[in-house]
Design a protein around this ligand. Structure first.
Ligand code: SF4
Ligand code: SF4
Ligand code: FES
Length: 483
């Protein structure tokens, strides 16, 4: 039965035992906090969330309190505010004045709370020497600035509770305590960078993002990740039309608060050396080739390859395209890998974003055959025309497949990054990454997720959906719209 908790004179209903800080924050009453994080088991070590409560004579940490009926909480009394000031005073006693050079500047809870609650007072000025702690690499990806650490243990608990291996630990006690790698447990997990996001100060830094951008100059753009079929919600940090960083966005139905390290590289294909930047031939040459080859050798000499990285909208248009030919051959590019199961997070085995939708449109059996039917037709020499739509970043086709393509009369490649077939192609369309267009993907849980353009597409690229629409128009003898 729900219980009633009164916070700052306002009554709220909740389940008995609900976490008080979460109850308050979810209902618009902000209680400052460092060690509490909604995705971790609370530990109550920073004391920033102290509140006055009807159940105790002392101030209590709201993150460790469980809601009980008729409980009364006050979050803004003088003694609560004094306690916050004291906590900040102690934290700042050993904190370096690094804000001008710290990557967390602009999104640091120590900065924000100091500005809101601390005032200018410090009784430590000129009295205490600062305790020095190690600044060093914790792994290839993460560097720690020990002096900035407030020992909230969020990072330690993340590896313990979400990854399931205690790869970080607290060394020493009191003001000599610092965070280090647990002996014999190097940080080798694929979720490692989440600790950088949840570190409330600038102690843990993603070396890849170090000194790349000031967050107050950046635009935060919501999108999803396309590097596996989980489809995590993410936020891209964009400066001058360039993605500087990708971080997880809370989505209780998909990824919770987290994402994998690989997902943070989702924008790499946009600027990669392997990106296709130059087109070859026109849409009319493709339409002519289709018409001439089908007139000479029949529709069954035509082949189309669709990838599980194409958007739902592109797949639907491609289905329409393949339907206008009788006996046309259709193959599929997918990207199966290995699933990784951590204690509280799974990285999916399919390393592309839209396999579920492709299977829904063409059948699971057909999609799992991949390119085998097309390969058989190439070997027999019956296939004369092949158009390949590849939207999986950095996906290259096997050398065996490439050599079979020699027998074709016409090869068209539509891809963001090189497939290996470009030298043989008669037509090339430099495609757009999903980050440069709008559409939707269906994830492994069969949720259709819509995404919008994050960065403006480059001039050399073209939209696949427009291309397919125009090709259909030409083939139906309608007016050509150049792409
Ligand atoms: S490194 Fe950051 S997350 Fe880890 S204990 Fe220190 S302040 Fe907390
Ligand atoms: S788990 Fe999959 S969807 Fe999520 S961030 Fe990693 S690669 Fe992207
Ligand atoms: S947030 Fe409650 S003690 Fe740290």
């Amino acid at each position: 039965m729900p219980v009633t908790v009164t916070i700052n004179g306002k009554a709220f209903q909740c389940e008995p035992g609900a976490n008080v800080i979460k109850l308050a924050i979810d209902n618009g009453v902000f209680i400052p906090h460092y060690c509490w994080h909604p995705g971790l088991i609370p530990e109550g070590n920073c004391r920033m969330c102290l509140v006055k409560t009807s159940t105790s004579r002392k101030l209590e940490p709201a993150c460790m309190m469980q809601a009980a009926d008729k409980m009364v909480i006050e979050t803004e009394t003088k003694d609560v505010q004094d306690a916050r000031k004291s906590v900040l005073e102690f934290l700042l006693a050993n904190h370096p004045l690094d804000c001008p050079v710290c990557d967390k500047s602009g999104e640091c809870l120590l900065q924000d709370y100091t500005y809101n609650w601390r005032g200018n007072l410090s009784r430590f000025i000129g009295i205490a020497e600062k305790t020095l702690k190690p600044t060093k690499d914790l792994s290839e990806k993460i560097r720690i600035w020990g002096n900035r650490c407030i020992v909230c243990t969020r990072c330690v608990r993340f590896y313990r509770d979400v990854v399931g291996d205690e790869q970080l630990t607290v060394v020493n006690r009191g003001d000599n305590s610092y965070i280090d790698v647990s002996p014999g447990h190097p940080i080798d997990n694929e979720m490692s960078l989440n600790v950088v996001d949840i570190c409330p100060v600038g102690a843990l830094i993603n070396k890849e993002f170090l000194y790349k951008a000031r967050v107050w100059f950046a635009k935060e753009q919501k999108t999803i990740c396309n590097l596996c079929s989980k489809g995590c919600s993410v936020t891209a940090t964009v400066v001058d039309n360039e993605i500087k960083r990708v971080v997880p966005k809370y989505n209780p139905d998909v990824n919770g608060h987290w994402m994998c390290d690989e997902g943070r590289t989702v924008h790499y294909s946009l600027t990669a050396d392997k990106r296709i930047r130059k087109g070859l031939a026109t849409i009319s040459s493709v339409a002519n080739a289709i018409q001439m080859i089908s007139a000479k050798s029949g529709d069954q000499s035509l082949g189309f390859v669709i990838s599980s990285g194409n958007t739902c909208e592109e797949i639907e248009s491609l289905k329409e395209l393949t339907r206008i030919f009788k006996g046309v051959k259709v193959g599929f590019i997918t990207n199966a890998g290995k699933a990784i199961n951590y204690k509280a997070f799974t990285i999916e085995a399919e390393k592309s974003s839209n396999r579920k939708f492709l299977e829904d449109q063409f059948g699971t059996d057909a999609v799992s055959k991949g390119l085998s039917d097309i390969e058989a037709e190439l070997k027999s020499g019956d296939l004369k025309f092949l158009m390949i739509f590849n939207a999986i970043p950095f996906k290259r086709l096997s050398l065996g497949f490439l050599s079979l393509c020699d027998s074709l009369d016409f090869l068209a490649v539509i891809s963001v990054t090189e497939t290996g077939l470009e030298a043989e192609a008669n037509f090339i369309l430099p495609a757009r990454s999903y980050l440069e267009k709008s559409g939707s993907f269906v994830n492994s849980k069969e949720m259709r997720q819509i995404f919008n353009e994050v960065v403006k597409p480059p001039d050399f690229s073209a939209d696949e959906k427009e291309f397919i629409k125009n090709l259909l128009a030409v083939l139906n003898r309608q007016q050509i719209v150049p792409v």
